[in-house]
Design a protein around this ligand. Structure first.
Ligand SMILES: [Zn+2]
Length: 143
């Protein structure tokens, strides 16, 4: 399952759909229709005609991100712009608006906050975030 990869691609700013239980035919049809790149662990799916697909090799999400970034020449320029759950584009909110809605430590240590217009989740750049971005930089992707 590539759910964590999908979550991270959204956090890194990429429009990413995720289907846990779609059939191969549905996935291929949707990818063709919307001109999406299909990320899969299923080698059969990568052989479908007219579908651009990447066969994800690693079990580790950092390596999966690395493979996708490398193959598609992605950058993290638009990072922190999309909701990890809804795939919606986030909106900037003021620090005041985040007060009481994020943990006190986060409120005191972060300056920039963004919110999802659909689910109202609030995002900030925490330590986990820095670790993943650092890892991508280490791998030679331009951030
Ligand atoms: Zn959301």
């Amino acid at each position: 399952m590539l759910g964590r990869l999908a979550t991270w691609l959204r956090l890194l700013g990429y429009d990413t759909l995720y289907f846990a239980d779609a059939t191969d035919a549905e996935l291929a049809r949707r990818a063709r229709l919307e001109q999406r790149v299909l990320l899969t662990r299923d080698v059969e799916l990568t052989r479908r005609r007219g579908v651009r697909a990447i066969l994800i090799e690693s079990e580790r999400v950092e390596e999966q991100i690395r493979q996708v970034f490398h193959t598609l020449h992605l950058t993290a320029r638009e990072a922190f712009s999309r909701c990890a759950v809804c795939n919606c584009v986030l909106q900037d909110i003021s620090k005041d608006d985040a007060r009481g809605k994020v943990p006190p430590y986060v409120f005191h240590t972060q300056e920039r906050f963004r919110q999802c217009p659909q689910c109202a989740r609030i995002y900030w750049r925490g330590t986990h975030w820095a670790r993943i971005l650092g890892h991508i930089e280490d791998l030679g992707a331009s951030v």
